[in-house]
Design a protein around this ligand. Structure first.
Ligand code: P70
Length: 461
Protein backbone atom coordinates (compact mmCIF):
# COMPACT_ATOMS: atom_id res chain seq x y z
CA UNK A 1 0.00 0.00 0.00
CA UNK A 2 1.23 3.50 -0.64
CA UNK A 3 -0.37 5.10 2.44
CA UNK A 4 1.86 5.05 5.51
CA UNK A 5 -0.50 4.78 8.47
CA UNK A 6 -0.09 5.50 12.17
CA UNK A 7 1.20 2.10 13.40
CA UNK A 8 -1.02 2.16 16.50
CA UNK A 9 -4.65 2.51 17.48
CA UNK A 10 -5.88 4.90 20.15
CA UNK A 11 -6.78 3.60 23.59
CA UNK A 12 -7.03 6.78 25.63
CA UNK A 13 -8.10 10.16 24.30
CA UNK A 14 -7.49 13.67 25.55
CA UNK A 15 -9.92 16.36 24.38
CA UNK A 16 -8.47 19.51 22.81
CA UNK A 17 -10.32 22.81 22.90
CA UNK A 18 -11.06 25.25 20.08
CA UNK A 19 -11.05 28.96 21.01
CA UNK A 20 -12.35 31.93 19.03
CA UNK A 21 -10.05 34.38 17.29
CA UNK A 22 -11.18 37.13 19.72
CA UNK A 23 -10.22 34.94 22.67
CA UNK A 24 -6.84 34.18 21.14
CA UNK A 25 -6.15 37.87 20.49
CA UNK A 26 -6.80 38.62 24.15
CA UNK A 27 -4.82 35.60 25.39
CA UNK A 28 -1.78 36.37 23.21
CA UNK A 29 -1.76 40.03 24.30
CA UNK A 30 -1.98 38.94 27.95
CA UNK A 31 0.97 36.59 27.35
CA UNK A 32 3.06 39.45 25.93
CA UNK A 33 3.15 37.65 22.56
CA UNK A 34 5.23 34.90 24.17
CA UNK A 35 3.52 31.54 23.61
CA UNK A 36 5.51 29.99 26.49
CA UNK A 37 3.29 32.15 28.72
CA UNK A 38 -0.01 30.78 27.35
CA UNK A 39 -2.03 28.23 29.29
CA UNK A 40 -1.75 24.91 27.41
CA UNK A 41 -5.54 24.51 27.55
CA UNK A 42 -5.84 27.57 25.33
CA UNK A 43 -3.79 25.82 22.61
CA UNK A 44 -5.46 23.56 20.05
CA UNK A 45 -2.46 21.92 18.37
CA UNK A 46 0.67 22.16 20.47
CA UNK A 47 3.89 22.04 18.46
CA UNK A 48 5.94 23.96 21.00
CA UNK A 49 8.14 20.94 21.53
CA UNK A 50 8.56 17.24 20.92
CA UNK A 51 10.13 17.03 24.38
CA UNK A 52 8.27 15.16 27.10
CA UNK A 53 5.10 15.28 25.02
CA UNK A 54 5.06 11.74 23.58
CA UNK A 55 2.07 9.45 24.03
CA UNK A 56 3.26 6.45 26.01
CA UNK A 57 2.40 2.96 24.80
CA UNK A 58 0.38 0.34 26.67
CA UNK A 59 3.70 -1.46 27.32
CA UNK A 60 5.19 1.66 28.85
CA UNK A 61 2.18 2.13 31.14
CA UNK A 62 2.42 -1.51 32.12
CA UNK A 63 6.11 -0.96 32.94
CA UNK A 64 5.15 2.06 35.06
CA UNK A 65 3.18 -0.31 37.29
CA UNK A 66 6.28 -2.51 37.63
CA UNK A 67 8.34 0.49 38.80
CA UNK A 68 10.19 -0.27 42.02
CA UNK A 69 10.64 2.76 44.24
CA UNK A 70 13.49 1.48 46.43
CA UNK A 71 15.85 4.34 47.21
CA UNK A 72 18.95 2.28 46.39
CA UNK A 73 19.52 -0.68 44.08
CA UNK A 74 16.04 -0.68 42.50
CA UNK A 75 15.50 -3.40 39.85
CA UNK A 76 13.99 -0.63 37.70
CA UNK A 77 17.43 1.00 37.56
CA UNK A 78 19.10 -2.24 36.50
CA UNK A 79 16.53 -2.74 33.71
CA UNK A 80 17.13 0.84 32.55
CA UNK A 81 20.90 0.39 32.73
CA UNK A 82 20.74 -2.85 30.72
CA UNK A 83 18.74 -1.25 27.89
CA UNK A 84 20.98 1.83 27.77
CA UNK A 85 24.15 -0.29 27.73
CA UNK A 86 22.70 -2.49 25.02
CA UNK A 87 21.69 0.35 22.68
CA UNK A 88 24.40 2.91 23.43
CA UNK A 89 27.26 0.63 24.42
CA UNK A 90 28.64 2.72 27.30
CA UNK A 91 29.74 1.13 30.54
CA UNK A 92 28.68 3.79 33.05
CA UNK A 93 25.07 4.97 32.96
CA UNK A 94 24.04 7.87 35.20
CA UNK A 95 20.32 8.70 35.28
CA UNK A 96 19.25 12.36 35.50
CA UNK A 97 15.88 14.09 35.64
CA UNK A 98 16.32 15.46 32.11
CA UNK A 99 18.92 16.27 29.47
CA UNK A 100 20.16 19.55 30.86
CA UNK A 101 20.96 17.96 34.22
CA UNK A 102 23.24 15.51 32.38
CA UNK A 103 24.82 18.49 30.60
CA UNK A 104 25.36 20.41 33.82
CA UNK A 105 27.02 17.46 35.51
CA UNK A 106 29.24 16.68 32.52
CA UNK A 107 30.38 20.25 31.84
CA UNK A 108 30.87 21.26 35.43
CA UNK A 109 33.12 18.20 35.80
CA UNK A 110 35.27 18.66 32.69
CA UNK A 111 35.12 22.38 31.70
CA UNK A 112 36.44 25.59 33.15
CA UNK A 113 37.33 29.16 32.22
CA UNK A 114 39.37 29.40 29.01
CA UNK A 115 38.16 26.05 27.66
CA UNK A 116 36.46 25.68 24.29
CA UNK A 117 33.75 23.13 23.42
CA UNK A 118 33.00 22.72 19.70
CA UNK A 119 29.82 21.12 18.32
CA UNK A 120 27.93 21.02 15.02
CA UNK A 121 25.49 23.35 16.80
CA UNK A 122 24.97 23.49 20.55
CA UNK A 123 21.42 23.41 21.79
CA UNK A 124 20.56 26.42 23.98
CA UNK A 125 20.71 24.58 27.32
CA UNK A 126 23.97 22.93 26.26
CA UNK A 127 25.52 26.27 25.37
CA UNK A 128 24.25 27.83 28.60
CA UNK A 129 25.67 25.00 30.71
CA UNK A 130 29.06 25.26 28.99
CA UNK A 131 29.13 29.03 29.39
CA UNK A 132 28.11 28.72 33.05
CA UNK A 133 31.52 27.06 33.69
CA UNK A 134 33.36 29.96 32.04
CA UNK A 135 34.12 27.92 28.90
CA UNK A 136 33.27 28.94 25.34
CA UNK A 137 30.75 27.01 23.21
CA UNK A 138 31.59 27.10 19.48
CA UNK A 139 29.26 26.05 16.64
CA UNK A 140 30.91 24.55 13.55
CA UNK A 141 28.04 23.51 11.25
CA UNK A 142 28.80 22.45 7.69
CA UNK A 143 28.33 25.30 5.18
CA UNK A 144 25.08 23.81 3.77
CA UNK A 145 23.46 24.18 7.21
CA UNK A 146 23.47 27.95 6.81
CA UNK A 147 21.45 27.81 3.55
CA UNK A 148 17.87 26.86 4.49
CA UNK A 149 16.48 26.21 1.01
CA UNK A 150 19.41 24.08 -0.21
CA UNK A 151 18.86 20.34 -0.40
CA UNK A 152 21.52 18.21 1.26
CA UNK A 153 21.00 14.83 2.95
CA UNK A 154 23.14 15.57 6.04
CA UNK A 155 22.88 19.23 6.90
CA UNK A 156 23.52 18.30 10.54
CA UNK A 157 27.17 17.50 9.78
CA UNK A 158 30.06 19.30 11.41
CA UNK A 159 32.58 21.19 9.30
CA UNK A 160 35.57 18.92 9.95
CA UNK A 161 38.10 21.36 8.43
CA UNK A 162 36.79 24.10 10.71
CA UNK A 163 37.23 21.75 13.68
CA UNK A 164 40.86 21.08 12.70
CA UNK A 165 41.46 24.82 12.27
CA UNK A 166 39.92 25.57 15.68
CA UNK A 167 42.09 22.93 17.36
CA UNK A 168 45.19 24.43 15.72
CA UNK A 169 44.15 27.88 16.85
CA UNK A 170 43.26 27.23 20.49
CA UNK A 171 45.31 24.05 21.14
CA UNK A 172 43.85 20.62 21.87
CA UNK A 173 44.65 20.97 25.58
CA UNK A 174 42.02 23.74 25.82
CA UNK A 175 39.30 21.48 24.41
CA UNK A 176 37.92 19.14 27.12
CA UNK A 177 35.54 17.48 24.66
CA UNK A 178 33.96 17.77 21.21
CA UNK A 179 30.22 17.23 20.78
CA UNK A 180 27.86 16.36 17.97
CA UNK A 181 24.11 16.86 18.37
CA UNK A 182 22.15 14.11 16.59
CA UNK A 183 19.94 15.19 14.96
CA UNK A 184 21.01 18.82 14.93
CA UNK A 185 17.98 20.45 16.54
CA UNK A 186 19.03 24.08 16.25
CA UNK A 187 20.17 23.62 12.68
CA UNK A 188 16.76 22.40 11.49
CA UNK A 189 16.44 18.87 12.93
CA UNK A 190 18.94 17.73 10.32
CA UNK A 191 20.76 14.42 10.60
CA UNK A 192 24.50 13.81 10.91
CA UNK A 193 25.93 11.10 8.64
CA UNK A 194 27.85 8.11 9.93
CA UNK A 195 30.75 9.28 7.77
CA UNK A 196 30.79 12.64 9.57
CA UNK A 197 30.56 11.04 13.01
CA UNK A 198 33.49 8.80 12.03
CA UNK A 199 35.51 11.75 10.72
CA UNK A 200 34.94 13.92 13.81
CA UNK A 201 35.75 10.96 16.04
CA UNK A 202 38.97 10.41 14.07
CA UNK A 203 40.08 14.02 14.61
CA UNK A 204 39.30 13.72 18.33
CA UNK A 205 41.21 10.45 18.68
CA UNK A 206 44.24 11.95 16.90
CA UNK A 207 44.29 14.85 19.35
CA UNK A 208 43.38 12.75 22.40
CA UNK A 209 40.12 14.67 22.97
CA UNK A 210 37.01 12.88 24.28
CA UNK A 211 34.12 12.84 21.82
CA UNK A 212 30.47 13.00 22.96
CA UNK A 213 27.12 12.75 21.26
CA UNK A 214 24.10 14.76 22.40
CA UNK A 215 21.88 11.77 21.76
CA UNK A 216 18.36 13.25 22.26
CA UNK A 217 17.13 12.24 18.80
CA UNK A 218 19.51 9.36 18.08
CA UNK A 219 16.82 7.02 16.69
CA UNK A 220 15.55 9.58 14.17
CA UNK A 221 19.16 10.28 13.17
CA UNK A 222 19.85 6.56 12.73
CA UNK A 223 16.72 6.13 10.61
CA UNK A 224 17.67 9.08 8.39
CA UNK A 225 21.11 7.48 7.96
CA UNK A 226 19.35 4.31 6.84
CA UNK A 227 17.24 6.27 4.33
CA UNK A 228 19.89 8.66 3.04
CA UNK A 229 23.43 7.32 3.45
CA UNK A 230 24.80 5.09 0.71
CA UNK A 231 25.24 1.48 1.80
CA UNK A 232 23.06 1.76 4.94
CA UNK A 233 19.67 0.79 3.57
CA UNK A 234 19.81 -2.89 4.47
CA UNK A 235 20.95 -2.42 8.06
CA UNK A 236 18.65 -2.25 11.07
CA UNK A 237 18.26 1.10 12.83
CA UNK A 238 19.54 -0.46 16.06
CA UNK A 239 22.72 -1.57 14.32
CA UNK A 240 23.25 1.91 12.85
CA UNK A 241 22.65 3.49 16.27
CA UNK A 242 25.21 1.18 17.87
CA UNK A 243 27.74 2.10 15.21
CA UNK A 244 27.09 5.83 15.81
CA UNK A 245 27.86 5.44 19.52
CA UNK A 246 30.83 3.14 18.95
CA UNK A 247 32.81 6.19 17.75
CA UNK A 248 32.04 8.19 20.91
CA UNK A 249 33.41 8.21 24.45
CA UNK A 250 30.10 9.13 26.01
CA UNK A 251 26.78 10.86 25.53
CA UNK A 252 24.19 13.10 27.12
CA UNK A 253 20.57 12.18 26.59
CA UNK A 254 17.17 13.71 27.16
CA UNK A 255 14.80 10.72 27.32
CA UNK A 256 11.97 13.21 26.74
CA UNK A 257 12.70 12.92 23.01
CA UNK A 258 13.68 9.53 21.59
CA UNK A 259 13.17 7.89 25.00
CA UNK A 260 9.42 8.31 24.35
CA UNK A 261 9.07 9.29 28.01
CA UNK A 262 7.56 12.34 29.67
CA UNK A 263 10.59 13.00 31.86
CA UNK A 264 14.14 11.70 32.26
CA UNK A 265 17.61 11.60 30.82
CA UNK A 266 21.07 10.22 31.40
CA UNK A 267 24.78 10.73 31.09
CA UNK A 268 26.93 7.85 29.89
CA UNK A 269 30.66 7.29 29.56
CA UNK A 270 33.33 4.62 29.36
CA UNK A 271 35.64 6.56 31.66
CA UNK A 272 35.39 5.08 35.15
CA UNK A 273 37.21 7.88 36.98
CA UNK A 274 35.07 10.54 35.30
CA UNK A 275 31.90 8.57 36.12
CA UNK A 276 32.93 8.51 39.78
CA UNK A 277 33.26 12.30 39.89
CA UNK A 278 29.97 12.70 38.04
CA UNK A 279 28.16 10.42 40.47
CA UNK A 280 29.47 12.49 43.39
CA UNK A 281 27.94 15.58 41.83
CA UNK A 282 24.76 13.64 41.00
CA UNK A 283 24.26 12.80 44.67
CA UNK A 284 24.59 16.48 45.52
CA UNK A 285 21.90 17.75 43.16
CA UNK A 286 19.92 14.92 41.53
CA UNK A 287 19.90 11.95 43.88
CA UNK A 288 21.41 8.55 44.53
CA UNK A 289 23.06 7.00 41.43
CA UNK A 290 20.37 4.33 40.97
CA UNK A 291 17.58 6.89 40.48
CA UNK A 292 19.21 10.28 39.72
CA UNK A 293 16.16 12.48 40.20
CA UNK A 294 13.70 10.02 38.66
CA UNK A 295 11.13 7.69 40.11
CA UNK A 296 11.61 3.95 39.49
CA UNK A 297 8.51 4.08 37.29
CA UNK A 298 10.15 6.71 35.07
CA UNK A 299 13.22 4.51 34.60
CA UNK A 300 10.91 1.68 33.51
CA UNK A 301 9.02 3.87 31.03
CA UNK A 302 12.33 5.03 29.50
CA UNK A 303 13.70 1.48 29.24
CA UNK A 304 10.66 0.43 27.20
CA UNK A 305 10.52 3.72 25.26
CA UNK A 306 14.13 3.55 24.06
CA UNK A 307 13.46 0.20 22.43
CA UNK A 308 10.15 1.30 20.92
CA UNK A 309 11.82 4.38 19.43
CA UNK A 310 14.02 2.09 17.32
CA UNK A 311 11.09 0.22 15.74
CA UNK A 312 11.08 0.85 12.05
CA UNK A 313 7.29 0.94 11.51
CA UNK A 314 7.14 3.72 14.09
CA UNK A 315 10.09 5.62 12.57
CA UNK A 316 8.70 5.22 9.08
CA UNK A 317 5.36 6.75 10.16
CA UNK A 318 7.06 9.50 12.17
CA UNK A 319 9.39 10.60 9.41
CA UNK A 320 6.55 10.36 6.88
CA UNK A 321 4.36 12.78 8.86
CA UNK A 322 7.17 15.32 9.18
CA UNK A 323 7.89 14.99 5.45
CA UNK A 324 4.18 15.28 4.55
CA UNK A 325 3.80 18.52 6.51
CA UNK A 326 7.01 19.95 5.06
CA UNK A 327 6.29 19.01 1.46
CA UNK A 328 2.71 20.32 1.53
CA UNK A 329 3.54 23.74 2.89
CA UNK A 330 6.60 24.00 0.64
CA UNK A 331 4.34 23.23 -2.34
CA UNK A 332 2.16 26.19 -1.30
CA UNK A 333 5.29 28.40 -1.48
CA UNK A 334 6.17 28.54 2.22
CA UNK A 335 9.99 28.72 2.63
CA UNK A 336 11.19 25.86 4.86
CA UNK A 337 14.51 24.33 5.81
CA UNK A 338 15.01 21.69 3.17
CA UNK A 339 14.77 18.77 3.29
CA UNK A 340 12.39 18.30 6.27
CA UNK A 341 14.33 16.67 9.11
CA UNK A 342 13.56 14.29 11.94
CA UNK A 343 11.24 15.77 14.53
CA UNK A 344 10.05 19.03 13.10
CA UNK A 345 9.49 21.29 10.12
CA UNK A 346 11.31 24.61 10.31
CA UNK A 347 9.89 27.62 8.50
CA UNK A 348 12.39 30.25 7.34
CA UNK A 349 10.71 33.31 8.87
CA UNK A 350 13.20 35.74 7.31
CA UNK A 351 12.13 34.56 3.84
CA UNK A 352 8.47 34.34 4.92
CA UNK A 353 8.47 38.02 5.97
CA UNK A 354 11.17 39.65 3.81
CA UNK A 355 9.78 43.09 4.74
CA UNK A 356 10.74 42.58 8.41
CA UNK A 357 14.25 43.23 9.70
CA UNK A 358 15.72 40.45 11.92
CA UNK A 359 15.51 42.87 14.86
CA UNK A 360 11.75 43.17 14.21
CA UNK A 361 11.69 39.47 15.21
CA UNK A 362 10.03 37.86 12.17
CA UNK A 363 10.08 34.40 13.79
CA UNK A 364 8.24 35.59 16.88
CA UNK A 365 5.75 37.40 14.63
CA UNK A 366 5.06 34.17 12.73
CA UNK A 367 4.65 32.21 15.98
CA UNK A 368 2.03 34.76 17.11
CA UNK A 369 0.23 34.67 13.76
CA UNK A 370 -0.03 30.86 13.81
CA UNK A 371 -1.65 31.02 17.22
CA UNK A 372 -4.05 33.79 16.23
CA UNK A 373 -5.04 31.99 13.03
CA UNK A 374 -5.63 28.49 14.31
CA UNK A 375 -4.67 28.02 17.97
CA UNK A 376 -1.37 26.42 16.87
CA UNK A 377 1.64 26.84 19.15
CA UNK A 378 5.11 26.76 17.55
CA UNK A 379 8.45 28.09 18.77
CA UNK A 380 10.86 30.71 17.49
CA UNK A 381 14.42 29.53 16.87
CA UNK A 382 15.99 32.80 15.78
CA UNK A 383 16.95 36.13 17.27
CA UNK A 384 14.70 35.71 20.32
CA UNK A 385 16.32 32.37 21.22
CA UNK A 386 19.85 32.91 19.94
CA UNK A 387 20.32 36.65 19.43
CA UNK A 388 22.22 38.58 22.07
CA UNK A 389 21.73 41.91 23.77
CA UNK A 390 25.02 43.59 24.54
CA UNK A 391 24.83 44.12 28.32
CA UNK A 392 26.90 47.33 28.04
CA UNK A 393 25.33 49.09 25.08
CA UNK A 394 21.89 47.41 25.02
CA UNK A 395 22.42 46.79 21.30
CA UNK A 396 20.68 43.69 19.91
CA UNK A 397 22.65 41.25 17.72
CA UNK A 398 20.51 39.04 15.48
CA UNK A 399 20.93 35.25 15.13
CA UNK A 400 22.28 33.65 11.93
CA UNK A 401 18.87 32.27 10.95
CA UNK A 402 15.28 33.28 11.75
CA UNK A 403 13.45 29.97 12.01
CA UNK A 404 10.11 28.85 13.41
CA UNK A 405 9.95 25.25 14.50
CA UNK A 406 6.84 23.11 14.21
CA UNK A 407 7.85 20.17 16.41
CA UNK A 408 5.67 17.09 16.20
CA UNK A 409 5.12 15.31 19.51
CA UNK A 410 5.62 11.56 19.11
CA UNK A 411 2.51 9.40 18.47
CA UNK A 412 0.16 12.26 19.45
CA UNK A 413 -1.39 13.84 16.37
CA UNK A 414 -3.06 12.19 13.40
CA UNK A 415 -3.06 12.92 9.68
CA UNK A 416 -6.17 15.15 9.95
CA UNK A 417 -4.46 17.26 12.61
CA UNK A 418 -1.60 17.73 10.15
CA UNK A 419 -4.06 18.63 7.36
CA UNK A 420 -5.62 21.26 9.61
CA UNK A 421 -2.15 22.64 10.35
CA UNK A 422 -1.37 22.95 6.67
CA UNK A 423 -4.54 25.06 6.22
CA UNK A 424 -3.58 27.33 9.11
CA UNK A 425 -0.07 27.86 7.75
CA UNK A 426 -1.40 28.59 4.26
CA UNK A 427 -3.83 31.18 5.65
CA UNK A 428 -0.99 32.94 7.50
CA UNK A 429 1.14 32.75 4.33
CA UNK A 430 -1.62 34.34 2.26
CA UNK A 431 -1.72 37.44 4.42
CA UNK A 432 2.01 37.66 5.12
CA UNK A 433 2.40 41.15 3.66
CA UNK A 434 0.23 42.66 6.38
CA UNK A 435 2.30 41.37 9.31
CA UNK A 436 4.15 43.89 11.44
CA UNK A 437 7.16 43.46 13.67
CA UNK A 438 7.59 43.03 17.40
CA UNK A 439 9.93 44.54 19.96
CA UNK A 440 11.15 43.26 23.33
CA UNK A 441 9.40 44.77 26.34
CA UNK A 442 11.10 42.56 28.96
CA UNK A 443 13.91 39.99 28.83
CA UNK A 444 16.04 37.90 31.20
CA UNK A 445 19.86 37.85 30.81
CA UNK A 446 20.03 34.11 29.92
CA UNK A 447 17.61 31.79 28.07
CA UNK A 448 15.44 34.84 27.51
CA UNK A 449 12.98 33.19 25.11
CA UNK A 450 11.18 31.37 27.92
CA UNK A 451 10.04 34.50 29.76
CA UNK A 452 10.51 37.54 27.48
CA UNK A 453 7.53 39.77 26.69
CA UNK A 454 6.94 41.55 23.39
CA UNK A 455 4.74 44.28 21.92
CA UNK A 456 3.77 44.92 18.29
CA UNK A 457 5.61 47.79 16.63
CA UNK A 458 3.35 50.78 16.09
CA UNK A 459 3.98 51.16 12.40
CA UNK A 460 1.23 49.55 10.23
CA UNK A 461 2.65 48.04 7.02
C1 P70 B 1 13.29 21.03 22.47
C2 P70 B 1 13.84 20.89 23.87
C3 P70 B 1 15.98 20.00 24.58
C4 P70 B 1 17.32 19.56 24.27
C5 P70 B 1 17.74 19.34 22.94
C6 P70 B 1 19.05 18.95 22.67
C7 P70 B 1 19.52 18.71 21.27
C8 P70 B 1 19.52 18.97 24.97
C9 P70 B 1 18.23 19.35 25.30
C10 P70 B 1 17.87 19.54 26.75
C11 P70 B 1 13.79 22.17 24.67
C12 P70 B 1 12.65 23.05 24.37
C13 P70 B 1 12.77 24.03 23.39
C14 P70 B 1 11.70 24.83 23.06
C15 P70 B 1 10.50 24.65 23.72
C16 P70 B 1 10.40 23.70 24.71
C17 P70 B 1 11.47 22.89 25.02
N1 P70 B 1 15.21 20.44 23.71
N2 P70 B 1 19.91 18.78 23.70
O1 P70 B 1 12.09 21.13 22.33
O2 P70 B 1 17.10 18.49 27.20
O3 P70 B 1 14.94 19.58 27.86
O4 P70 B 1 15.55 17.29 28.69
O5 P70 B 1 16.74 19.28 29.55
O6 P70 B 1 16.89 19.50 21.91
O7 P70 B 1 14.07 21.00 21.50
P1 P70 B 1 16.02 18.67 28.38
Amino acid sequence: MKTIIEPFRIKVVEPIRMTTREERERLLAEAGWNVFLLAAEDVLIDLLTDSGTAAMSAEQWAAVMRGDESYAGSPSFFRFERVVRDIFGFEHVIPTHQGRAAERILFSTVCGPGDVVPSNTHFDTTRANIEATGARAVDLPCPEARRPSELHPFKGNMDVDALEALLDEVGAERVPLVMLTVTNNTGGGQPVSLANIRAVSGVCRRHGIPFYLDACRFAENAYLVKLREPGQHERSVGEIAREMFSYADGCTMSAKKDGLANIGGFLATNDGELARQERDLLILTEGFPTYGGLAGRDLEAIAVGLEEALREDYLQYRLASVRYLGERIAAAGVPIVQPPGGHAVYIDAAAFYPHLDPLELPGQVLVGELYLEGGVRAVEVGTVMFGRRDPETGKEHPADLELVRLALPRRVYTQSHVDYLIEVIEAVWNRRERARGLRFVEQAPVLRHFTARFAPLERER
